[in-house]
Design a protein around this ligand. Structure first.
Ligand code: ZN
Length: 490
């Protein structure tokens, strides 16, 4: 008969409870204890994983020992995963604990047995699974619940600081398990998903982030700290969704699988596509797939040969990386201009199979930036200013510019939309009543000593009053401002 019969606590991990029973009744480890309880497993092993997942029910053994019947809290979570295998890894292989909780409560929480819970949400510290003294992993077969075997002191809490992303992730996973909504902000892309879907999305991205550096994602073999680093990367990706996901996929352009070049890249994207397609019932995977399809369609349409994959609809056959000559054609500039744009960081070079290319979307957006704004000549015409006056306003920083001439640029690019709002703003500040007697024209007020720069500043500050002429049809013209009168002498 047992010397000590503690009750299992509502949020206690069932295997940790068995470890606690074993310790309190003087057994060497949980395997010996279960052997005593009547389980005839070889070498006194304990069915740890089976107990955690509910495949093995220890209830009858516990009842024989005079203890109450109980089942693993992780069973329903595990079985929801088992129905559809989105990710094989949800439950840890080796235990991890929060030493502070353990000291306060005297037992281990069941949520620590879940891989994506890497932080204690109460104490905001990383869970501990490795001894800081010996470097050994914590074992389910330990002698005492709160000590590494062979160590005198209790398990020490992890002193390193915890990244907010990891706390967010752990709190969010816990809220999905408990069904109590977390108040913390969660990445929009995760809204409305089940735990199964969230975890498959997280692991899917983790897998491909690890693969970028040539490794494979094996969460069960990883230490909590390493897993935390990976999950942090994923959580940050989810927060900046979908741009971050595009950025991740783009990295494959520089590192097409092994040294296969474009065919490796195409194979990589085909694999990804196949994987996503097979699991599209899962909302998490479906959301990745939607963004994956967008990415391919927009940036890398050659990656998926429609002959080989008929499920994807490709609307365009244009390549997404182009040569320097093509880039110069799109921009309507000379070839040397492209180098200057690269120097300025406005165009990015892509190295692919030993050659330099440029991203079509980047070149096109630059071209549209130039064509949708004003050159000097266009601005003079629109504002009805002389080139000399415009230059003065540009130098004074009154007219907003996107590009100034210098060693890398020949021309000014004037911000058209901001220029229009600059004029609109002057219109708003104009006098709303009939002009008084004794006003003068714009030319007249400049003749009494206001330079064009001083005049605009005075108009903006309200130091001069003016009206807007209804006769000038050009809405961006500065000539529409008439009937000036000095309000205040500075
Ligand atoms: Zn804790």
């Amino acid at each position: 008969m047992l010397l000590s019969r503690p009750f299992i606590q509502p949020e206690e991990c069932l295997v940790s409870y068995l470890v606690r029973l074993s310790e309190q009744n003087g057994f060497n480890h949980v395997g010996n204890f279960l052997h005593y309880a009547g389980l005839k497993w070889k070498n006194n092993r304990a069915p740890i994983y089976q107990v955690l997942t509910g495949k093995f029910n220890v209830s009858s053994l516990l009842i024989d020992l005079g203890l109450s019947e109980c089942q693993s809290k992780l069973t329903p979570i595990y079985s929801s995963f088992r129905k559809i295998i989105d990710t094989s890894s949800v439950i840890v292989k080796l235990p991890k604990v929060c030493p502070d909780c353990l000291e306060e409560l005297g037992y281990c929480k069941y949520q620590w047995a879940l891989l994506p819970v890497v932080v204690c949400s109460k104490h905001q510290k990383m869970l501990v699974d490795v001894s800081s003294t010996s470097g050994k992993r914590l074992s389910w077969y330990r002698h005492q619940l709160n000590r590494f075997d062979g160590e005198v002191n209790c398990i020490k809490p992890n002193a390193s600081s915890v990244k907010p992303s990891l706390i967010e992730q752990s709190v969010y996973i816990e809220s999905l398990i408990s069904g109590v909504q977390s108040n913390r902000s969660i990445p929009v892309v995760l809204r409305g998903m089940s735990l199964r879907e969230v975890l498959s999305l997280i692991h899917f991205i983790a897998h491909y982030q690890v693969r970028l550096v040539g490794n494979s994602f094996q969460p069960l073999a990883m230490k909590n700290q390493e897993l935390g680093q990976l999950y942090k990367g994923v959580w940050d990706t989810l927060k900046a969704w979908p741009d971050s996901f595009y950025a991740m996929l783009e990295q494959y352009i520089d590192r097409p699988m092994s040294d296969k070049g474009q065919s490796g890249l195409n194979k990589h994207f085909r694999d990804l596509y196949e994987r996503l397609h097979r699991q599209k019932e899962n909302q998490g995977i479906a959301r990745i797939k939607a963004e994956f399809d967008n990415f391919i369609e927009e940036y890398w349409p050659y990656a998926l040969d429609p002959e080989r994959i008929t499920r994807i609809k490709l609307s365009s056959r244009t390549r997404n990386i182009i040569s320097k000559k093509e880039a110069a054609n799109i921009l309507g500039s000379r070839i040397v201009r492209i180098d200057k744009l690269v120097q300025q960081g406005r165009l990015m070079q892509v190295f692919f199979q030993g050659k330099v290319y440029y991203k079509r979307n980047q070149v096109e957006s630059l071209a549209s930036e130039v064509s949708s704004n004003w050159t000097m000549v266009e601005a003079c015409k629109a504002l009805e200013l002389t080139r000399y006056q415009l230059k003065q306003l540009l130098d004074a920083g009154i007219i907003p510019v996107l590009q100034k001439p210098g060693s890398l640029n020949r021309d000014w690019v004037i911000n058209k939309s901001q220029c229009i709002s600059f004029v609109e703003d002057l219109k708003k500040k104009s006098r709303q009543t009939e002009p008084p007697l004794g006003t003068t024209s714009m030319g007249g007020i400049q003749r009494i000593g206001y330079s064009i720069v001083e005049l605009i500043f005075a108009m903006q500050r309200g130091d001069v009053e003016y009206s807007v002429s209804s006769e000038v049809k050009n809405h961006t013209s500065l000539k529409q401002f008439i009937a000036f009168k000095v309000n205040k002498i500075n």
